[in-house]
Write a protein that binds this ligand. Structure first.
Ligand code: ATP
Length: 277
């Protein structure tokens, strides 16, 4: 392996002479995107992005509205597949598996790579059933197992203590911040290893936002987290690495502190200092 040059970008990224391997000396890459182009019909939304995401880290995607952050994030659990006009070039590897290979079952992939959206979207069911949902659709019938997993997931999402006596209550009666933590618990219940978060706090008040940020920070011990955020303070507070996208291109990617204090590109500097965007 040799030090990175153009084409492959990542924290301490390395350019592979052969097929990408998943570990450098002491760090492991969980996800790798290689030469990704995305099109919606004739419109190109992503241009030749290659980037590696470290395991057990928080990676933030930042950039002005429309630069392609959500499009890029959604590639990692194939959410763009729902869009008729979507087309892509390139490869995305989860560990060593090409997630767009024809052998991949998308439902299985989404168990491994869960997603939390901008607006909390609980089902109109009880708190308990929201978290149990993913297990039930897998055909799991063992109620003791389901209950144990529901409680464990709610605890991990730091919601359990607030609602433990109300598990049968309608999820839609929870506050926005609680609903978002419930959605995180629902995602955790099927034991993913990666969590994708698309502006998970943008619909929340500052106190709920702080709780979710603490939770995300805690979750990185067990999960690899990729988060899209418009909030640069948030990216600076919680992420280990930051990718700055502009008009579908990856401008700069690396250690968050460096990106925010001493970026290499003028365009990054202009964006993080609020000169545009
Ligand atoms: N389903 C779609 N069909 C056509 N064009 C789309 C579709 N989704 C996104 N786009 C376009 O692709 C580009 C990137 O959009 P995307 O939502 O990924 O950007 P973003 O950086 O996440 O924006 P925002 O911060 O506003 O959410 C935009 O020009 C957008 O209009």
């Amino acid at each position: 392996m040799e030090e990175v040059s153009s084409g492959t970008t990542g924290p301490k990224a390395t350019k592979m002479k052969t097929e990408p391997k998943l570990s450098s000396d002491n760090e492991t890459y969980k996800l790798r995107a290689r030469n990704i182009d995305v099109f919606y019909g004739d419109f190109q939304a992503i241009y030749d992005i290659s980037l590696d995401i470290l395991d057990h880290s928080i990676t933030a995607f930042i950039g002005p509205s429309g630069c392609g952050k959500s499009t890029f994030l959604r590639l990692f659990n194939r959410m763009n597949d729902y869009i008729d006009s979507f087309r892509m070039n390139g490869r995305i590897l989860l560990e060593e598996e090409d997630i767009y290979a024809s052998s991949v079952k998308v439902e299985e992939l989404r168990k491994k790579i869960g997603m939390v959206f901008q607006k909390p979207n609980p089902f109109p069911k009880s708190i308990y059933e929201n978290v149990a949902y993913g297990l039930r659709i897998q055909g799991i019938k063992d109620e003791d197992f389901i209950e144990q997993r529901v409680v464990e997931s709610l605890k991990q999402a730091t919601l359990y203590d607030e609602i433990k006596d109300d598990l049968d209550k309608q999820a839609l009666t929870l506050s926005g911040g609680q609903q978002q933590r419930l959605c995180i618990a629902r995602t955790l219940a099927v034991k993913p290893s990666v969590l994708l978060m698309d502006e998970p706090t943008s619909a929340l008040d500052p106190i709920s936002t702080a709780k979710i940020e603490e939770l995300i920070f805690e979750l990185k011990k067990k999960y690899t987290i990729v988060i899209v955020t418009h909030n640069m303070q948030q990216a600076g507070r919680i992420s280990d690495n930051t990718a700055f996208l502009y008009m579908g291109k990856l401008i700069e990617y690396g250690d968050t502190q460096k990106i925010f204090t001493n970026p290499e590109k003028d365009r990054t500097q202009n964006y993080i200092t609020g000169r545009f965007g």
